[in-house]
Design a protein around this ligand. Sequence first.
Ligand code: GDP
Ligand code: MG
Length: 856
Amino acid sequence: MGTAGLTIALAGNPNSGKTTIFNNITGARQHVGNYPGVTVERREGARNFQGQNLVIVDLPGTYSLTAYSLDEIVARNFIVEEKPDIIVNVLDAGNLERNLYLAVQLLELERPVALALNMVDTADKLGFKIDDKKLGQKLGVPIVRTVGNRNEGTDALLAAAVNAASVQQQPIRVDYGDDVEQKIALLTQELETVEDLKYPKRWLAVKLLENDSAVNENVAALQGGTKLLLSAEQARSALKTLCGDDAETVIADRRYRFVGEVFRDAVVKDDGAENFSDKVDKVLTNRVLGLPIFLVLMWLLFNFVFTVGAYPQEWIENGVGLLGKFVGSHMADGDLKSLIVDGIIGGVGGVITFLPNIVLLFLGISILEDSGYMARAAFVMDRVMRFAGLHGKSFIPMLMGFGCAVPAIMGTRTLENPRDRMVTIFVIPLMSCGARLPVYTLLISAFFAPDVAGTVLFSLYVLGIVLAVIVAFIIRGSMLKGDSEPFVMELPPYHMPALRSVLMHMWERAVLYLKKAGTIILAVSIIVWFLTSYPSEVDFTKDYEGLTAAADTAFTETVDQKVFAPLAAELLVAENAEEQSALESLTAEVDDVYAEFEEQTAELKAGSAELAALTTSKDEKLKQLETDNEKLYPLVAAFMDEKDKIKGVSEQIAALDTQFEEESEELEEGSAEFLALETEKDAKLTELEAENQKLFPLAVQYHELQSEHNEQIAQLEQQQASEKIAGSYAGRLGKMIEPVIAPLGFDWKIGIALITGFAAKEVVVSTLGTIYSIGEADETSAALKATLLADPTFSPLVAYALMAFVLIYVPCLTAMAVIKRETNSWKWTGFVVVYTTALAWIVSFIIYHGGQALGF
Ligand code: GDP
Ligand code: MG
């Protein structure tokens, strides 16, 4: 380290641009938003400037140093107790008068201060002509014009701040009027006798008159403190009789008056200037139009997330699928392969697929935030929130909850009334956060048509808001009664969202999401894989191995009888009875050689040395048979050739079938395109028939028998796999809770997914992925979507009830931890867990049964 560091604190009203300037100075990427309450805890960053090491502290916004809300207390404590070397007060030039109120209080602390006259661009547009030199002279501190979002004036501000630390500033004196000044003088005199004061005497005197509880506590601890408090008490009551108002109110009034004078001296307002924000607000916050406009904007956002997200989602999906296949084909069968392919790639890969949707959601949210619209949304929702006994200010943390409940819950610190704060914390988990999005996206794309997808998604978010309002209403009317406060939040001017900040926000979210996928979701995927794969020995209800073997034998026999016997009758004809029987036994021998070869090589890779050896040995055996039976062997060889040809043609028919199925998958039966494909397929079949004339009918028959056989085996495998999962630990767990969720139309598999969703909501997707990929019969089966679609438990109605359940039931672990910290109560945290889960059950029940009654 070089020279000892200077600490610079950034203080100012909410939304004045502190965090923007903090980012400009430090190069950090703290989140900025065009509404109050984004920074709720102080942040630190470092910067080397002109050879000095600076520590920059970004504080939460505060309107005054008489602290009310939690985040104001954080800011004040830092400024008053930790005494930064320099305070940079960031002023919103467009709202200068109100901002100066805090500035004056900071100056009264008699500490080095520099002012950042920020947002001068907006002030210009609003028609304010600010004489910053005059303002600086009046206040006795350096002042620098800045435009935070364009990083203008940052270095000049730093230079002024660093300089302020080394020069002695002349403290300003607010004239509080003779009556008050007299009392201040009295108290200041008494303070003369106290040693080791940590604060300026005049400031302490004013604070004592204001009855500031924190200062009172401090003074009480001093020697002679009790006597001082007594004098202050007397002075206050004297002032009250003198002025007819509380001393605090009188002092605040006079301070405002002082601020007003300073403001009018330095600023001229050109009233003719156009005010863009006011005009737009006439429409967006209109009493009638405001709410519908808000809803339409949200609807557009969710459609955008869904429609645009579908493309990159498909690419990632394909990538994950290929990775699974690639890894699967390069590993030996066994537990490790299953863990990696089914557990990890199936689980984590399934969740990563939804990254584009998350990023787009945050793109939309940050544009709404940064443009200033979010603050309007709160204003518009004020009336609705009032019904619930809250006010619009509570809606801002709730809106943040669309992103993630954790910052949203922290954001409630801006609420002054503790009851409002508690209720808001309780309902924030009902706001649908980004983690639920993957669950919705998966289920919606599986069960709903693309043209309604966005609307279905939108309906879930609205459901969350409606439930939040109802729950708040109930809690506010019962457990946490009390009056609500008037709405006092100013609307920041609109501005173009800053590209950098929007992109940064998206990037941060993407990184967070991937981190989550790599940690919590990975861990849970492994646990889920374990729970679904063990115990590996399950008592099956049927002897699956025996049944499979029997099916194989039956297939071979039928094929011999129906396909190959007619062929043999034609080709394997000898001259006399003796030769005929020799011919038959030779055929059997050759058959055996082939069968043995196939059995031995079934598991071997092409090109391996073992395969080559076995091939040579087979060929030698055949050669031997040929030399031993010179006359009869050609007949057998011809027969074998024909057999091979039949199998080959049958394979070609199968390939045509598969191709047709794949290509026509998304088409409607009977549509022109569908018919065209069908004609094409028929033409190819006719061609095949022409090429193979006599063989063709036999090949068709072989193909039919083969398909039937494959189906039979697949069914057996499917049954066995689902019996295996049902018998696993997870299956038992799911079965245990099945009775509770069966009334919602959910089965035990959904039960397992819901249990794991306690950790993080995205895990519901990865659990379904793991369960269904282990249950899957063949490795080439389509994506999870298709598998879900094939499961008889699921229907669009069940899918919707499930999405509602996932929306409402318990907040994730991290959110619960934050609720515990912010409410400081296990009881209330427990309450949230219980009420959300109960509510989820009730709502899903209503959706499921209501939907059934309506015929869905
Ligand atoms: P904080 O609450 O004081 O930390 O304020 P932020 O740094 O979060 O900024 C609030 C909003 O004002 C953000 O949307 C910024 O992009 C925007 N902003 C910051 N500085 C300026 C400025 O000088 N001019 C304009 N027009 N906008 C700004
Ligand atoms: Mg901030």
